[in-house]
Design a protein around this ligand. Sequence first.
Ligand code: T4K
Length: 366
Amino acid sequence: MTPIYVTQPHLPPLEEFIPYLQKIWDSKTLTNCGPMHQEFEQALSEYLGVEHVALFANGTLALVTALQALRITGEVITTPYSFVATAHSLLWNGIKPVFVDINPDTLNLDPRKIEAAITPQTTAIMPVHCYGHPCDVDAIQKIADNYNLRVLYDAAHAFGVRDASGSILRHGDLSVLSFHATKVFQTFEGGAIICPDAKTKQRINHLKNFGFVDEVTVVAPGINGKMSEVNAAFGLLQLKHIDEALARRQEIDRAYRNFLEGVTGIRCLEKRAVERANYAYFPIMVGPGHQIDRDGLYWKLREHGVHARRYFYPLISEFPMYRGLPSAQRANLPVAHEAASQVLCLPIYPALPIEQVEFIASLVRN
Ligand code: T4K
């Protein structure tokens, strides 16, 4: 039985990649922001409709650097319902995460609960567009403006998502993407910071290259966060195939919703009203009304070769380096705890045949 994983990268035919590699071989420039890197930054900012893109070796380094670029210190309000890299990027900067509960419908940071968590040490809010569903960006910005806080979006899941006025990545001070192999748009490993102005982009460029401005000038204790030429070249190729991949994901999302309609105790997350979604994940909530609980269903699917994933269980606030924080207490995060105990992300990727979607849905149904 060939396993059906939660995701599988969308790979173009290998021969399409050879001319890109040939160019790299000819130029002998392998990294340090060479021609592929520059071309990919330009192509991405055009595709996404954003001002500036700074490429990174992965999303986590991009998050760590984005916090440095904004000079964030003290306490940052964030969500416990995310991949652990969100909060780890704060600890790597010596910043204290303050967990705030999520909204039960969107599973994103609940703006109604943010104000109560603000203290004199709070300097920023770091929400996550979880599963590529946009946060309530207007409500979050209003709070940030009132309290003079910065907003850094962890947009690791939100490639290509657009609201009525354009890319979701335009909101806040900065947004961070991940191009990891498991993402909608991938460069094997990779990430990016989306930023609105050239000055910030320049600071980010320095920070991701050890702080170098020129051969003899170092302005900050920067890191090595650069994306290599091979990853950037692969990104350029992927861009040519991304629209067909997104369209295929939409078909799979639709098929799941049809096959799962009316199943007692199973809730598909409501589609958010956006101009363009990316169908990055297909989370279902396995409620108490279902015949078996979430973990029972997880193992049942595994027995049939279906590797669904419990993103995001356990909550970040449950891991040893966070659970001692006052904001990590269970009583502070009831919605997040309930979501983490019910969620199951079903396989979704462009090459998944609809018959397999039907098969997976039938296992959930019966
Ligand atoms: N912020 C958020 C909100 C994030 O979700 C993430 C990453 C980050 C920040 C940090 O960005 P990066 O630094 O990673 O760029 C995965 C990913 O490693 C991680 O990137 C991702 N979020 C997270 C949600 O999921 P795992 O532990 O689930 O990966 P893994 O190896 O179990 O892969 C899942 C399935 O995908 C496998 O069962 C098979 C398939 N797969 C995986 C890989 C790596 C493939 O078919 N090919 C592959 O190459 O963490």
